[in-house]
Design a protein around this ligand. Structure first.
Ligand SMILES: Nc1ncnc2c1ncn2[C@@H]1O[C@H](COP(=O)(O)OP(=O)(O)OP(=O)(O)O)[C@@H](O)[C@H]1O
Ligand SMILES: [Mg+2]
Length: 113
């Protein structure tokens, strides 16, 4: 099993969430985060012409734990639904998950996802 953590644009959340549901992925967590990528935020022209830099940008972190066999599908869904082609589109991190347990039934492993 793998945990897929995707940092995406806040305005892309609805689309990504719906696309995941269409792909059969229901369980997920969503968190509001602030962060930065390689450009270290954005600089824009403020009032009076002075450049203003905002180094921590608001993004959404979407987390979902999936079967190994679903990883590529999920990654492709997130890219397709979350991408604009501009800098700041986000990033996906994939890490191993040792165990999943459904509290109600005690099921473990992929069956509990
Ligand atoms: N290496 C990283 N580790 C953890 N979080 C990251 C990392 N890189 C980016 N993020 C998170 O992802 C968000 C979006 O990153 P962003 O898409 O700007 O990445 P990038 O590497 O700068 O790519 P791009 O050149 O397309 O902008 C950041 O605001 C931050 O929240
Ligand atoms: Mg960036």
């Amino acid at each position: 099993m793998k945990k897929i953590e995707a940092i995406i644009r806040t305005e892309k959340l609805e689309h990504v969430k719906n696309a995941l549901a269409d792909g059969g992925i229901m369980g997920l967590n969503v968190t509001n985060v602030i962060g930065r990528g390689v450009q270290k935020g954005i600089t824009y022209q403020g009032r009076g012409g002075m450049p203003v830099t905002v180094d921590m940008l608001s993004k959404i972190k979407l987390e979902t734990v999936v079967k190994d066999s679903d990883v590529e599908k999920v990654v492709n869904i997130i890219i397709e639904a979350g991408r604009t082609g501009n800098i700041g589109d986000g990033k996906i991190f994939i890490s191993p998950v040792e165990e999943v347990i459904r509290l109600r039934t005690g099921e473990r492993g992929e069956g509990a996802i």
